[in-house]
Design a binder for this molecule. Structure first.
Ligand code: HOZ
Length: 427
């Protein structure tokens, strides 16, 4: 495949943007090559500036559950944008969107919209600290909650991909109140509470880990966290930026029947536009300004364009209820891919929940961050490039999720399986 125009653009981009990109994982560094530049996306496909077509399993890192450029979403966005894109004054769409979120997500009674997942987690933790009047935050190895200073400790996503232990620019003092636990290991959480219980404001986690590959919670893990946090008067925060409206319409809390105190959302609720949100019981959310003293604000928060895209996306998901079909497609791809790897004698472990999955290049099982990092990332890189040459785009990192969207057809999955078969001949 030729990617000459992409190469030219990348050279130019590096003159003006750090690393030539606006987010590190886009630079393809961990798979050892240069990124392609996308020109457009339609349904399950993206097209680069050199005219190459790829079946896209990254889906903008999760938001595009309906696929690229969904006509109904686009038409509503256009209709709304023509009347103005941002006012900084309340608008009706914010209320409709809040109502849709509250109706869908079991634990949310009130919600505040922000502009990214990072803002959502940062604000939820501020609220948890303000509400409990405590300082410490428990996070899990491999969970990624955006680039909030004190949450970058042993995080997933790009931090894990690039092997960055924390990050320069975050004073040690800022991370002083961050306590690390092991995902799927309740005893690691118990010991932290035994030691610091009086000062732990909250436990935050991705209920299904989606930034160290995909790692589902073991049976009883989320329930155990609910019990421990309640016992010590700390808040439980689910970062459902990836899982919200992805693993079920009501998110992971609906799927696993565990209600957190606060929930962070992003990605799908923006329908492809920059949005985040945090919400929970009214009694907690009423501590947010202007009702309460915990300050948090944003010029573009709840802007009509993003609200329109999110609202239409949720409306379509509610109307079409595609979740069973999404899971069927994800499973079919995983099961048949697994057979291809077995036939070739390459050990892989595939984790999946609903429409999100990850092929780990290790024997498995993968239940923790330590299991995930045993993966052969060099082999993953070879696999990635071989797939790309065959017109299939998986994430340019072992430690990210693959997403199936409503737009992916069985024909796409057939083509992906051919591409996997061809890739396996090369690696
Ligand atoms: N959470 C996304 C990766 N898992 C964010 C993508 C990015 O960092 O650009």
């Amino acid at each position: 495949m030729k990617r000459e125009r992409s190469a030219e653009l990348y050279e130019k981009a590096k003159r003006f943007l750090p690393g030539g990109v606006n987010s590190p994982v886009r630079a393809f560094k961990s798979v050892g090559g240069d990124p392609f530049f996308v020109k457009e996306g339609r349904g399950s496909k993206i097209y680069d500036v050199d005219g190459n077509e790829y079946i896209d399993y990254v889906c903008s890192w999760g938001p595009l559950i309906l696929g690229h450029a969904h006509p109904e979403v686009l038409s509503f966005v256009k209709e709304v944008a023509e009347k103005g894109t941002s006012f900084g004054i309340p608008c009706e769409l914010e209320v409709s969107m809040a109502e849709a979120v509250v109706e869908a997500v079991p634990s949310i009674e009130k919600v505040r919209f922000v502009n990214s997942g990072t803002e959502a987690t940062m604000s939820a933790i501020r609220l948890a600290r303000g509400y409990t009047k405590r300082n410490k935050v428990v996070k899990f190895e491999g969970c990624y909650h955006g680039h909030v200073d004190y949450l970058l400790v042993k995080a997933g996503s790009g931090v894990l991909t690039f092997g960055i232990p924390g990050t320069p620019g975050v004073p040690e003092d800022f991370a002083r109140h961050t306590l690390l636990a092991r995902f799927n290991d309740l005893s690691s959480v118990e010991s932290l509470f035994e030691k610091y219980g009086e000062d732990i404001a909250c436990v935050i986690l991705e209920p299904v880990m989606g930034n160290a590959g995909v790692i589902p919670p073991k049976e009883g893990f989320l329930q155990g966290l609910r019990e421990i946090t309640e016992r010590y008067g700390a808040l439980l925060i689910f970062d459902e930026v990836i899982t919200g409206f992805r693993v079920s319409y009501g998110g992971a809390q609906k799927l696993y029947q565990v209600e957190p105190d606060l929930t962070c959302l992003g990605k799908i609720i923006g329908g492809g536009f920059p949005v985040g949100a945090y919400g929970g019981r009214a009694e907690i959310m009423d501590h947010v300004a202007p009702d309460g003293p915990v300050y948090q604000a944003g010029t573009l928060s709840g802007n009509p364009v993003a609200m329109a895209a999110g609202l239409k996306t949720l409306e379509i998901l509610r109307r079409d209820n595609p979740y069973e079909e999404l899971e069927r497609k994800r499973k079919r791809l995983a099961d048949e891919a697994k057979r291809l790897f077995e036939a070739k004698g390459i050990p892989v472990w595939i984790n999946g929940v609903a429409s999100m999955s990850c092929i780990f290049f290790t024997e498995g099982p993968v239940e923790t961050y330590d299991d995930a990092v045993k993966s052969d990332t060099k082999l993953y890189s070879k696999f990635f490039w071989a797939l790309l040459e065959n017109g299939v785009y998986f994430a340019p990192s072992q430690f990210e999720a693959a997403f199936v969207s409503v737009a992916h057809t069985d024909k796409d999955i057939d083509r992906t399986l051919y591409a996997i078969e061809a890739a396996l001949k090369k690696i």
